[in-house]
Design a protein around this ligand. Structure first.
Ligand code: ADP
Ligand code: MG
Ligand code: MG
Length: 252
């Protein structure tokens, strides 16, 4: 589904990703962990096709297509969804308008029948309930004045509405209380299916208590330095990251 080979990427001219490889198949859940500044958000921004994040070497294919050649909106149409570490506020555009436009674009692209206004509203209300957001949130500007936890739950709400093929969540669990964390985990587990994959970027083992990953990767200084199963996350919780960081042998 997603194949990243020897990816190098610059942010503002500085090399942050230094040869990253990852292969994600349908149905799989991959966790990417790693210390602050290791390049986790850079990876999600490169996948999103954000300005300033420039791939300088390597390849990314998604469903057989050259992802780097696609515009950000086409990546979304292909079924990639990203929940950002810091969700943006879009004052003046209501959650409802935002979701309706996004869903209509997706369905048109995928040749799916469009929902009627009534069906759409029913669906949106259902999903609000699942993430424990009052339906009043649908009328508010996207993330406008939302608390940290509400923003993260809203990201999951969008994900549930759009039913992407690949969901990438960048620290969606950070700073959440236990109830919100469970909402995020439930959202992921609800969507988990043999034809959908997840990349969960997370700092902590906590989320992985509720969502069992198939693979755990450690990103350090722009490269995957270790991969394993879910037990690796527990080991990291116990030992931290320093034993894996490049150059540790020399400085020890
Ligand atoms: P992580 O998400 O793993 O904490 P990031 O990908 O956010 O790491 O950051 C990796 C490195 O890239 C850091 O040194 C950070 O300062 C730098 N970086 C990220 N985004 C930018 C930017 N827009 N401008 C300059 N430097 C950036
Ligand atoms: Mg960080
Ligand atoms: Mg980050």
């Amino acid at each position: 589904m997603l194949n990243i080979k020897n990816l190098k990427a610059n942010v503002d001219g500085k090399e942050i990703l230094k040869g990253l490889n990852i292969d994600v198949k349908p149905g799989e859940v991959h966790a990417i962990m790693g210390p602050n500044g290791s390049g986790k958000s850079t990876l999600s921004n490169v996948l999103a096709g954000r300005d300033k994040y420039e791939a300088t070497a390597g390849t990314i294919t998604f469903g057989g297509k050259d992802l780097l050649a696609l515009e950000p909106e086409d990546r979304a149409r292909e079924g990639i969804f990203l929940a950002f570490q810091y969700p943006v506020e879009i004052p003046g555009v209501s959650n409802l308008e935002f979701l309706k436009t996004s869903l209509e674009c997706l369905h048109a692209y995928q040749n799916k029948p469009l929902l009627s206004a009534v069906e759409f509203l029913k669906l949106a209300r259902e999903k609000c309930k699942l993430v424990d957001l009052h339906t009043d949130f649908l009328k508010r500007g996207v993330n406008e004045g939302f608390s940290g936890g509400e923003k993260k739950r809203n990201e999951i709400m969008q994900m549930l509405m759009l039913e992407p093929k690949l969901c990438l969540l960048d620290e969606t669990d950070s700073g959440l209380d236990i109830d919100a964390l469970k909402v995020v985990a439930d959202g992921i587990n609800t969507l988990r299916s043999p034809d959908r994959a997840f990349i969960l970027i997370t700092h902590y083992q906590r989320l992985l208590d509720y969502v069992q990953p198939d693979f755990v990767h450690v990103l350090s200084d722009g490269q995957i330095v270790k991969s394993g199963g879910s037990e690796l996350a527990l080991e990291l919780e116990d030992k931290g990251y320093s034993w894996l960081e490049s150059g540790t042998e020399q400085s020890a």
